[in-house]
Design a protein around this ligand. Structure first.
Ligand SMILES: C[S@@+](CC[C@H](N)C(=O)[O-])C[C@H]1O[C@@H](n2cnc3c(N)ncnc32)[C@H](O)[C@@H]1O
Length: 265
């Protein structure tokens, strides 16, 4: 099992090509690049992104986003933030689940968000471009901060969690959905074959991008284990933290609540 570790400066150490058993140099370079470069990669595949998701997950991705929404218990008047919103599916799921929500959604890729804005139900959502590690928003502003398939794209997940906690009101909920690193799944070799052989080929065929769908499996390899992510939530001060997995442990949903003053005493 490849162990992912943090370097002392909090940045993730990427497995070397020999550790991962692959010549991953172009993809390693992409992991080390800035948010704009990752955004540019998503922009290049934006028009095929939803189709690829539906094919890769057999349409189950919609159920997982719905589970995120259910964990948030959204109520009218609440302010929701969806980070790395992409084509807006999670933000739109909130809009369908409850009326009277004030939904904000951000991404580095304008092309992904343009597709979101064209979807039915998108009109009331406030879309804006921003790096999830540096959000131009005030502290204690949101009742709910969520993301789906964003966290493994960020160079410093601990800093990302801290930034999300900063934005939450006391009592607010943080929930995120992500792909689990291959060694934590129950499917073993079959999952690795799907991720490292089927997904890149299918992605190249449908999206025309060889890089984006080679980056996808590689990004799961450098992502923290569900247990490490749970620790990050606790270290950031969240309470009632937990995670659940679905699809034979291939998908995880982490959640926690920002303490109120009453919780502190
Ligand atoms: C795999 S897609 C997920 C999209 C959407 N949340 C969903 O459920 O399908 C990841 C998204 O995160 C965005 N992203 C990557 N790095 C980011 C960053 N540092 N800040 C904000 N968005 C980022 C990408 O542009 C892309 O749209």
């Amino acid at each position: 099992m490849t162990k992912r570790t943090f370097s002392t400066d909090g940045n993730r150490r990427l497995p070397s090509p020999s550790e991962s058993g692959r010549d991953a140099d172009p993809i390693r370079t992409l992991h080390q690049r800035r948010a704009e470069d990752i955004g540019a990669m998503f922009s290049a595949i934006a028009d095929r992104y939803d189709l690829m998701n539906a094919i890769m997950t057999g349409g189950r991705d919609r159920d997982w986003r719905r589970r995120v929404v259910d964990l948030c218990h959204p109520e009218p008047g609440q302010r929701i933030l969806d980070l790395g919103t992409g084509t807006g599916e999670l933000a739109l799921t909130f809009g369908r689940a409850a009326s009277g929500l004030d939904i904000w959604a951000s991404d580095v890729s304008m092309e992904m968000m343009s597709l979101a804005q064209a979807k039915p139900g998108a009109a009331p959502i406030c879309f804006f471009q921003a790096d999830a590690l540096r959000l131009p928003l005030q502290d204690n502003h949101f009742d709910v901060v969520v993301s789906a398939f964003l966290m493994r794209n960020l160079p410093d997940p601990a800093a990302a969690v801290r930034e999300q906690v900063r934005l939450l009101k006391p009592g607010g909920r943080l929930v995120f959905l992500e792909i689990v690193p291959p060694e934590f799944t129950w499917l073993g070799k079959a999952y690795k074959f799907f991720m490292f052989s089927v997904v890149p080929r299918l992605g190249r065929l449908l999206s025309g991008s060889a890089t984006a769908y080679s980056y996808l499996p590689s990004s799961t390899q450098v992502y923290e284990s569900p247990f490490e992510m749970l620790s990050l939530l606790r270290e950031a001060g969240l309470r009632q933290t937990a995670f659940a997995t679905c699809m034979a442990n291939t998908i995880s949903i982490h959640h926690g609540r920002k303490p109120t003053l009453a919780d502190e005493h």
